[in-house]
Design a protein around this ligand. Structure first.
Ligand code: ADE
Ligand code: ZN
Length: 326
């Protein structure tokens, strides 16, 4: 069997996908029209042409603008359902979706609208597609911890509908320790914890994601290799990294895929996984990430098996099932 077919057919879990980052330009325009929201671009082609990023912030500006068309529960459902169809096509059996409630509640969208629309798509994905799905609520780190705490209180009545909390948005200048209290509260409530760290930011942010937030996985984490003591710790404690190769190229974390450190992370004994991050913006869903990365780095079928195994082992799947007993 050819390696590309093997990669496509491999059962996978996806652990780092921002559901707002799966919103394709066609759906952005359809929702803008049905919700009477004005966009800064006249058509799909000109919006897509604007997807040329120089760093994380240049992407985030256009990503938040795209999310402004989401208003109703049906919008959140439709966005997630479109992703689940792509996930199914890529043989993803389990997916943990990040969502950014503050992007929506700041525009007056009720928390229940966001969570219920997404949750309904997750439940239907399980039943109709056989894709198991869970939600992880992310706090926007460029906003204050007070804002995150208020957001968490709003979401708290819905906490049976999501399994954990995460931290995303502009990394540099917004270290994990800024969010110590809200993560402590969420963990006390029995939620899992993950955090973006070491995407553009320094290894120190990975240390504090572990030590202060008690993050169980590090999202990205590719800067870890700059700190041998950190690599040793991540390896010894078996902390998974949710790596997003195409994202890292589009946001200029690495110049080319051939220079990506995924192979080095695996060689260092780290539990790396491959993920799509924001597939509508970065040029590919999960299988595309596998195909292009394996080609560029010369990885083989044994790497593929390791990455697929890592994705299931690093998932919160078993905890998600236990949650049903509560
Ligand atoms: N939000 C969506 N994608 C992100 C990324 N790659 N890093 C930080 N925040 C994000
Ligand atoms: Zn991300």
């Amino acid at each position: 069997e050819r390696l590309p077919d093997f990669l496509r057919g491999l059962p996978k879990a996806e652990l780092h996908i921002h559901i707002e980052g799966s919103l394709e330009p066609e759906l952005i325009f359809a929702m803008a029209e049905r919700n009477q929201v004005a966009l800064a671009y006249p058509d799909v082609a000109s919006l897509r042409a604007a997807y040329a990023f120089s760093d994380l912030q240049s992407f985030l500006d256009i990503y938040y603008a795209g999310a402004s068309v989401l208003l109703t529960e049906a919008d959140f459902f439709d966005m997630a359902w479109a992703y689940f169809l792509r996930a199914k096509a890529d043989n993803i059996l389990h997916s943990e979706l990040f969502f950014d409630p503050q992007t929506h509640t700041a525009r007056g969208v009720p928390m229940a609208t966001v969570i219920d629309g997404l949750r309904r798509a997750c439940d239907r994905a399980q039943i109709e597609l056989g894709v198991r799905a869970e939600l992880i609520l992310c706090f926007l780190r460029h906003l204050s911890e007070e804002d995150a705490l208020a957001t968490y209180e709003e979401a708290r009545p819905h906490r049976g509908k999501f399994i954990g909390v995460g931290l995303d948005s502009s990394e540099v200048g917004h270290p994990p320790e800024k969010f110590a209290r809200v993560f402590a509260q969420a963990r006390k409530d029995g939620l899992r914890a993950v955090a973006h760290a070491g995407e553009e930011g320094p290894p120190a942010y990975i240390w504090s994601a572990l030590d202060v937030l008690k993050a169980e996985r590090i999202d990205h984490g590719v800067q870890a290799l700059r700190d041998p003591a950190l690599v040793k710790r991540l390896a010894e404690e078996g902390v998974p990294l949710t790596v997003c190769p195409l994202s890292n190229i589009k946001l200029c974390v690495f110049k080319t895929l051939a220079e990506h450190n995924l192979r080095a992370l695996l060689d260092a004994g780290l539990i790396a996984t491959v993920n799509s991050d924001d597939p509508a913006y970065f040029g590919g869903y999960l299988n595309q990430n596998f195909l292009e990365t394996f080609d560029a780095l010369g990885l083989d079928a044994s790497h593929a098996a390791t990455l697929a195994r890592n994705s299931f082992n690093a998932s919160f799947a078993s905890a998600a099932q236990k949650r049903d007993d509560l």
